[in-house]
Design a protein around this ligand. Structure first.
Ligand SMILES: [Zn+2]
Length: 394
């Protein structure tokens, strides 16, 4: 608690002196017509007492998302490099090096939870804003000068696969494999970008005892997809004001495969060309018990084609920059140190041709975090944009 209060007051005092997260944007008034979410208050300074009286900030006992527990238990492993169709259960899985012994302990504890442990609040279904129209002018009608950088923003998850027709699954890039069902290959042959590994020739990032195949099902969430989408659309709005070109990977009502999403890293989705995006920013929210925002870090070998030599360093620095801005400029606290190291083999990390920043913004199954996600999406989007801009202008 004390640390949180200190952090907030500290933030209030110094945030405008920090180069990193401080950017001038046009008044939010000018965005009202373009974004349903601009009515959400900008809550950078008007912290309420309840904001300051939140429970102790999460520490090591908290599980980042999507991750072990929630993804495995819910067969919701879009971004998890664990195959729920195998015996790859937490109890018999060799886990990546955990950040601490506390983490390991909590992993096993939390993995005993089931879907019923998470009770998405009905009011979560806040209206999903339409994607902002292309915005090329500021409030003063001054043209935004493109800065030449392209950012892919990926709102995690999407339409429930149980609601998708077979045609939709095909269209979204999933394939049907006899005996396995609908899904896609998690890895490509080492050194190539688009050739299915078909179970052989996986990169060094294959999870131990894991499979190349992972099933569709990652979108079967009631709460998270809309939260992610709202944050992503708001980030897009502010990035465009800063001169970035933004490609968003999905609409409010669909759920492309990872393979299809990363096509946005190429000009006109054309994978025969060189990728032209500077970064891929993946927006999620966590579940499984905990509080606060973190980024999932990369480490070790990634050998898919096209990636730059500094793929790991750029992704981690960008993830940190964004997460720092979110936790400095919104009411969202930081999860632990803000870095989650336990899942370097995430599907996306092993497929993307450009550096990836992977954010787990709060825990949507925590009432405090959920309230922030619902009430401060505009500020979160702004902080994402500022974090990206701070990285590229450092
Ligand atoms: Zn997620």
């Amino acid at each position: 608690m004390k640390n949180i209060i200190n952090l907030f007051f500290c933030t209030l005092l110094v945030v405008n002196m920090l180069g990193g997260c401080s950017r001038e944007f046009v008044s939010s008034d000018s965005d009202t017509e373009n974004s349903p979410h601009s009515v959400v208050q900008e809550n950078h300074t008007a912290k309420t007492l309840s904001d300051l009286l939140l429970p102790e900030s999460p520490s090591q006992e908290i599980m980042p998302d999507d991750l072990p527990l929630s993804e495995i238990q819910f067969s919701d492993s879009e971004e998890l490099s664990r195959d729920t169709t195998t015996n790859d259960t937490p109890s018999d899985t060799v886990l990546p090096e955990p950040p601490s012994s506390e983490y390991e302990e909590s992993y096993y504890e939390s993995s005993n939870q089931t879907m019923t442990d998470i009770s998405p609040s009905p009011e979560v279904s806040s209206p999903v804003p339409e994607e902002s129209p292309e915005k090329t002018t500021t409030q003063d009608s001054l043209p935004v000068v493109p800065n030449g950088k392209i950012i892919v923003i990926d709102p995690g998850h999407g339409k429930s696969s149980s609601l998708m027709s077979e045609q939709e699954k095909n269209d979204f890039g999933y394939t049907y494999v006899q005996g396995k069902g609908w899904g896609e290959w998690r890895h490509f042959k080492s050194g190539t970008m688009w050739e299915d590994c078909e179970g052989y020739g996986c990169s060094g990032r294959t999870p131990e005892n894991g499979s190349c195949w992972y099933p569709i099902g990652a979108s079967n969430r009631a709460t998270e997809p809309d939260l992610n989408y709202n944050n992503a659309v708001n980030a897009k709005k502010y990035l465009e004001q800063l001169g970035y070109t933004v490609r968003i990977t999905r609409g409010p009502e669909d759920s492309p495969s990872i393979t299809q999403r990363i096509r946005k890293c190429y000009p006109n989705d054309d994978i025969s060309l060189e990728p032209d995006a500077s970064a891929y920013v993946c927006i999620h929210s966590n579940a499984g018990g905990g509080r606060g925002s973190c980024y999932i870090s990369l480490s070790g070998l990634y050998d898919q084609g096209d990636i730059p030599e500094n793929y790991v360093e750029v992704g981690n620095a960008l993830g940190k920059s964004i997460n720092d801005c979110i936790t400095q400029k919104t009411s969202m606290p930081k999860w632990s140190s803000g870095e989650y190291t336990g899942y370097p083999e995430l599907v996306l990390f092993c497929k993307s041709p450009v550096p990836v920043a992977y954010l787990e913004i709060g825990f949507y199954d925590n009432a405090f975090d959920l309230n922030i996600l619902q009430q401060e999406s505009d500020s979160i989007g702004k902080a994402i944009a500022e974090g990206i801009d701070a990285y590229f202008n450092r």
